[in-house]
Design a protein around this ligand. Structure first.
Ligand code: AMP
Ligand code: MG
Length: 309
């Protein structure tokens, strides 16, 4: 069913281990354009191409030995690798938003990998939310924001990781972190015995890097140890609302798993602010704080979202 819809040029919701994706046949310029239209995503923000493994990736991009090592170690899993497109690359140009590079990842979800394998080509799939809004970690969240726009969402329960993939650009043996995720820069560096460079934050190479992003409707206040009469999301020993402690045991992976769902619950519960306990800046905590900082970033035009996703 999912494969048929994709072959017809439709866009559908598919599960991954990070968040739910809005998927289209990556060879089809028309289908990929639908992704941008349904999400309200600006055409200059490139998409991640989901592949069945390193061999499929190598059909489309130049895979250096360092890139290959990363794929072998971390795939299937939440690491996206940005490499140069091959001249003969058949992926729709819109996927790369005009860049000479392509972001590739092999998702750790059997159902979705089976769809890619059956298609025998990659699917382009950004997160299945409206641009600028919270990424969906359940099929229900996808339905709620995109119902009527897409014919199918494959439901595989709540995603395990809960935040979007780590993204690295790999040029030869130079690795640059473009977006933190559950695979940390230290882990990557240790595995390949190479430094992981920070990107030059003064240069926007892809607009997911714009500050305001992942925004709920409420204002977000970070690093609070008390609710002060507002809805509070806790962590470890700092309690929030009764059912909103990201991880009572202080487990950062559990916190990442719960993050977007708790923000959604908190957002539905208040017209006021959402206050959030401090999250340690280590391991997955770096990615959680990245998402929280963007959710809390000032928006222009009285709360109107300017950034994209
Ligand atoms: P999403 O799938 O919605 O989490 O967004 C994917 C993100 O991947 C985008 O916001 C970009 O920041 C990033 N991305 C995709 N393709 C590229 C690329 N070719 N170069 C750099 N970043 C990319
Ligand atoms: Mg997204």
């Amino acid at each position: 069913m999912a494969v048929e819809k994709l072959l017809l040029g439709e866009v559908i919701g598919l599960p991954t281990e990070t968040v739910y994706g809005l998927a289209a046949d990556a060879h089809s310029e028309l289908a990929v354009e639908k992704i941008y239209r349904v999400k309200g995503r600006p055409s200059y923000n490139p998409l991640i191409c989901h592949v069945s493994g390193p061999e499929m990736a190598a059909r489309y991009v130049n895979v250096s030995s360092t890139a290959r090592k990363l794929m072998d170690i971390f795939w299937p899993g939440p690491l996206t690798v940005v490499c140069a497109r091959k001249p003969e690359c058949k992926i729709a140009d819109a996927v790369s938003a005009g860049l000479g590079t392509l972001a590739v990842r092999c998702p750790d979800n059997e159902a979705t990998r089976a769809v890619i394998t059956a298609l025998n080509r990659p699917i382009a799939a950004p997160s299945a939310n409206l641009s600028g809004k919270l990424s969906p970690t359940t099929a229900e969240s996808v339905y709620k924001s995109l119902s009527g726009e897409i014919p199918l969402v494959v439901d595989d329960g709540q995603t395990s990781v809960g935040i979007e993939s780590t993204i690295v650009a790999v040029d030869g043996d130079r690795i640059t972190l473009l977006r933190p995720g559950s695979v940390s820069a230290d882990e990557i560096s240790d595995c390949v015995s190479l430094p992981v460079h920070d990107r030059d934050t003064s240069v926007i190479t892809a607009p997911g890097q714009i500050n305001s992003h992942y925004a709920p409707n409420s204002r977000i206040l970070l690093n609070c140890d008390q609710p002060n009469g507002q809805v509070m999301i806790g962590f470890a020993g700092i309690e929030g609302d009764e059912d909103l402690n990201l991880s009572p045991d202080g487990d950062l992976k559990e916190a990442a798993h719960n993050l977007f769902e708790f923000l959604r619950i908190a957002d539905a519960r208040t017209d006021g602010d959402i206050v959030i306990a401090p999250i340690p800046q280590r391991g997955v905590g770096i990615a959680i704080n990245d998402r929280l900082k963007r959710a809390a970033a000032p928006r222009t035009n009285d709360n109107k979202q300017v950034a994209n996703d």
